[in-house]
Design a protein around this ligand. Structure first.
Ligand code: FES
Ligand SMILES: [Fe+2]
Length: 403
């Protein structure tokens, strides 16, 4: 220990403090990293079905640059963006009945990467059947397009979520992208680590402080009461919290929220709270180590407006001034304030962070399972096992019934 560090230890001075660092294993998502390999064992959303027309779109996910398109027969495809011929991007390709044609020399690739035409070659490419553009399987459900980016022999079935299967006649399933960090879908990308939001999902105390008292009410009035009792428990696919609040009208408000492997959440309604199960599932999708987007899908009643968080003065997040962001911070400010990648060596997790500790422990355990050749929690290989039960909801009981 040098003199500076010694001085700091005696009076807490910032001088000489140790070099901080992130928990690398938790935050890195590139191919070949332990967390990157864990993520690649799950289906992850890469687009909204109804948004994908004949124009290819760029997808950056887990540090990989890809191009998503739909051929004129309606099949979605997800290919590595650099054309295998001489490397230009397929983003400038045009879609046709059978696939996407590269702008540069016209090689045509099917949704599974098969090379179907090489127009500058003799006989349109005598050996074209040996060429294959790197590709990933995709599938559509609940209005979203999902990709599986892992080892082909370990591809699981696409999960179903019980809260999205139980659809009333007048319900619609409405997917959205972005906004989980601002409540404002005009801001689809967050410029910081996916783990910041993952942690936030298992953090019921910030709902009371950040969203309900410190910044003025951003959520329903029910959250202005502090959590009276908080339980954190492991569920089938992840970690849940269960919060109890005694309401002034004599009811007991029990809020259950869920994290599911590897970065899913089902957060029950935060305004217009009624006794009901959660109606949405959302995915935190890493773009790379220091950026993410979110996709969400769920049940919406006719005429129900999409969720948008209204901040102080009735503004959406993107319309707030710098002063307003400082006076009335929300999730974005708190999470961006942790830095692009958090410095975990400087954290002091406390009792209120139990859910976060459990969630991170589960991620670490499951990274080991994958590294040792196993299949991680929550993947299923047969349709009969595809259904996931989501425990989340806002539940009310009369006080005597709850005791
Ligand atoms: S670079 Fe794509 S066909 Fe030549
Ligand atoms: Fe929040």
């Amino acid at each position: 220990m040098n003199d500076g560090a010694r001085a700091r230890n005696s009076n807490g001075s910032a001088y000489g403090r140790p070099q901080p660092h992130p928990d690398e294993e938790l935050v890195r998502v590139g191919a070949g990293t332990p967390m990157g390999e864990l993520f690649r064992r799950y289906w992850l959303p890469v687009g909204i079905s109804s948004d994908l027309g004949a124009r290819p779109v760029k997808v950056r996910i887990l540090g990989e640059d890809l191009v998503l398109f739909r051929d004129l027969k309606g099949r979605p495809g997800l290919l590595y963006s650099r054309c295998m011929h001489r490397g230009t991007t397929l983003f400038y390709g045009h879609v046709e009945d059978e696939g996407i044609r590269c702008c540069y020399h016209g090689w045509l690739f099917g949704v599974d990467g098969t090379c179907l035409d090489q127009p500058c070659e003799p006989e349109h490419g005598r050996r074209r059947d040996l060429a294959r553009q790197p590709w990933y399987p995709v599938a559509e459900r609940y209005g979203l397009i999902f990709a599986y980016m892992g080892p082909p022999e370990r591809q699981p079935v696409l999960p179903r979520y019980d809260i999205l299967e139980d659809i009333a006649a007048d319900d619609a399933i409405v997917p959205t992208q972005g906004g989980a960090q601002t409540g404002d879908q005009t801001v689809p990308v967050a410029p910081y680590s996916w783990l910041h939001l993952n942690d936030n999902v298992m953090d019921p105390y910030h709902v009371w402080v950040l969203h309900s008292t410190f910044s003025g009410p951003q959520f329903a009035n029910e959250f202005q009461l502090p959590p009276e009792k908080a339980d954190f428990f492991r569920a089938e696919q992840g970690v849940c919290y269960s919060i109890i609040r005694q309401m002034e009208d004599g009811r007991v408000f029990n809020r259950v929220s869920s994290f599911m492997m590897p970065s899913l959440m089902s957060v029950p309604a935060t305004r217009d709270i009624v006794d009901a199960r959660s109606t949405r599932v959302a995915w935190i999708v890493p773009i790379d180590d220091a950026h993410f987007t979110t996709y969400s899908t769920g049940k919406v009643k006719p005429g129900q407006a999409p969720f948008q968080l209204v901040y102080h003065g009735g503004k959406l997040w993107h319309a707030m001034t710098e002063d307003e962001h400082q006076d009335h911070p929300g999730d974005f400010e708190a999470q961006a304030g942790q830095g692009a990648i958090s410095l975990h060596s400087e954290e002091h997790l406390a009792t209120s962070d139990r859910g976060i500790a459990m969630m991170r422990r589960m991620l670490k355990e499951q990274m080991k399972v994958v590294a040792n050749g196993g299949d991680p929690l929550g993947v299923a290989f047969e349709e009969k096992d595809a259904m996931v039960r989501v425990p989340s909801g806002n539940f009310f009981k009369a006080r005597s019934a709850a005791e």
